[in-house]
Write a protein that binds this ligand. Structure first.
Ligand SMILES: [Zn+2]
Ligand SMILES: [Zn+2]
Length: 282
């Protein structure tokens, strides 16, 4: 299991990213549904401070203090610097949890900030990028990025012997180059993301509150058409995960799925996370 998602517009959104034990947003129900996995979470990344994205924090912080399980594990909560609602939540949790058995850290984040997850041969980090949701609140999206190396493009036509000889003579750096591969991108409640921020990502998790263009009354959140447009422009490699879908579309999702061939010609899969249901990927 790579992802465990619950997302229903206005009610609650949270995404558990299993490989690095990250939680993106923490809407209501996160701790009760995650159960034991709530103890596994190492870092929480908040996109913004709306209740449907932070309402589950109280339960999460509390359960790790009280229930059976590893109480020593530290927890870091990253949030958009200057976000008023998150600051209020932070104060509330601090005042009502004076004796936590584990270390809880709140870390303000700005666009471009990197949070290291893993060192070693293939380091991994989370990078924040700016998003647009409501005009009076700062919001962020996040990429999980892995640093990999590959053969230099100029050596694509070279023979194995040539490459080996070159590496022997000038070192490994002469034949390989590093590149940063986005594994997972999450844009919170943003309107259509700027494709450059999520370029070449493997999995894009994009707001799709409105499946029908005409249902969106103000420029807030995104539509399915916009999410697909962003994913296409960003050259998403594997999958567009449509989240934050309004529950009014429950039957519409079935219709879209039934209409085969609607998304022909896309180089990635389009998956709808059904509102109000637990969704697992891989
Ligand atoms: Zn929301
Ligand atoms: Zn919101």
């Amino acid at each position: 299991m790579r992802l465990l998602i619950y997302s229903k517009a206005l009610y609650s959104t949270w995404i558990y990213y299993n490989p690095d034990r990250l939680l993106f947003d923490a809407g209501e129900g996160a701790s009760s549904i995650l159960g034991n996995k709530a103890f596994a979470i190492r870092r929480i990344f908040l996109s913004h401070g709306h209740a449907d994205h932070i309402g589950g924090l109280i339960g999460l912080v509390n359960i790790r203090n009280n229930a059976m399980g590893d109480k020593e594990k530290e927890l870091s909560i990253y949030y958009p610097e200057g976000n008023y609602f998150v600051s209020e939540m932070m104060n509330f949790i601090a005042r009502t949890n004076r004796r936590l058995s584990y270390s809880l850290e709140w870390i303000p984040v700005k666009p471009g900030d990197r949070i290291e997850l893993l060192g070693g041969q293939m380091p991994r980090y989370v990078e924040a990028f700016p998003t647009v949701h409501v005009h009076n609140e700062v919001s962020l999206g996040y990429n999980v990025v892995e640093v990999r190396h590959r053969l230099k493009a100029e050596l694509a036509g070279a023979s194995q012997e040539e490459i080996v000889a070159r590496a022997k003579a000038d070192g490994r750096e002469a034949v390989t180059e590093y590149y940063h591969q986005k594994l997972f991108s999450y844009g919170g409640d943003s309107v259509g993301l700027k494709p450059a921020y999520v370029a070449d990502t493997e999995i894009l998790c994009h707001d799709t509150t409105f499946l029908d263009e005409e249902d969106r009354k103000e420029y807030k959140h995104a539509t399915l058409a916009e999410a697909i447009q962003v994913a296409r422009a960003a050259r998403v490699k594997h999958e567009l995960l449509c989240i934050h879908i309004s529950s009014r579309y429950k039957s519409k999702i079935r219709e879209i799925k039934a209409a085969s061939g609607v998304y022909e010609g896309l180089s990635f899969k389009v998956t709808f996370v059904p509102p109000g249901r637990i969704f697992t990927a891989e």
